[in-house]
Design a protein around this ligand. Sequence first.
Ligand code: PLP
Length: 400
Amino acid sequence: MDLLSRALRSVKPSPTLAIIAKAAELRAEGRDVIGLGAGEPDFDTPDHIKEAAIAAIRRGDTKYTKADGTPELKAAVIEKFKRENGLDYTPDQVIISNGGKHVIINALMSTINPGDEVLIPRPYWVSYPDMVIIAGGVPRFIDSTLESGLKVTPQALEAAITPKTKWLIFNSPSNPSGAAYSRDEIRALADVLVRHPHVYVMSDDMYEHITYGGFEFTTLAQVAPELYDRVLTMNGVSKAYAMTGWRIGYAGGPKTIVRTMAKLQSQTTSNPCSISQAAALEALSGPQDFIAERARAFEERRDLVVGMLNEADGITCPMPDGAFYVYPSIAGVIGKRTPEGKVIESDLDFSTFLLEHQSVAAVHGEAFGLSPHFRVSYATSVAILTEACTRIQKACAALS
Ligand code: PLP
């Protein structure tokens, strides 16, 4: 008898850990390593949200809540979906979970049967394929190109759908590329999905509020109301409200799926932290103006990073419309030699060289399913980003 679960055997630990471990090793040797791997805003949770949590503790909101979330937070989520996305949900179509990640695994575990396929556009957020495997499904990938702005085309989506396709996981703005789909681009994908009524869509809207230059965020169920019964719209407070550690995510969608997710959650984690739920209630229903201010700060950093990376020899960096990542191509450095004579054959070679040569830690593209690229998170200060990009330019100039 196997000790370990067969499903878990093919699940990789987070690929970012190798770079983080190497960066920690170099720091311990006294090197001044700059980390560009952070998947979280560097801003703090706003004070009014923290105060709401403190008040919840003082009030004694320290007990179990309903397993799928407090009625008050569900009401705030329903109001948010209506206000910001024009979507109508009833309380039994809404669930509150322990972060956005928990929403996704709940949804997959609630719906996947062995052999069901889940379509994942590449480059993807690292956890999607592994979560599909944990749930017993088969990840299938849809490629994108620099020419298409690292977005999937309707043709590529059409070609990827099979009778076994259960879900498409759709993430805009994207981690890791920052690519964001316009209303027209979403409509064109929806036209394909309308022709395949067995395909459900998980719309991962985690970066909804981090968009730039007048980009208009829209979500699938809003753009294509005829798909409403097949879309799970998921979101959370982690990125928009700088609340990654509080662990609150939520979703609205088809009642049968959401009720099954609630059943699973009731038998596994029970409710998300009662105090975090009180904080998330304040986040969603309190003042919202700081969100746009923070997005402007991210935009300034994006412009700086894209400009400086495009000046580095061999790097081509698209200008993304959202999130706080860029995903430059390093096709122009593949085949070049380091001063020590080692040929850069892959994006892992490049990330390793960057770390060893210039003490900059960034995750290689293979971890996100599309090479040769690397991901830079610009959720850090302008001063640090300027220094990091200068070092990347020096690293590229050292290759011949
Ligand atoms: N979806 C995407 C695209 C993400 O980048 C992340 C976090 O990095 C999540 C979901 C999960 O968010 P949470 O921290 O709320 O679990």
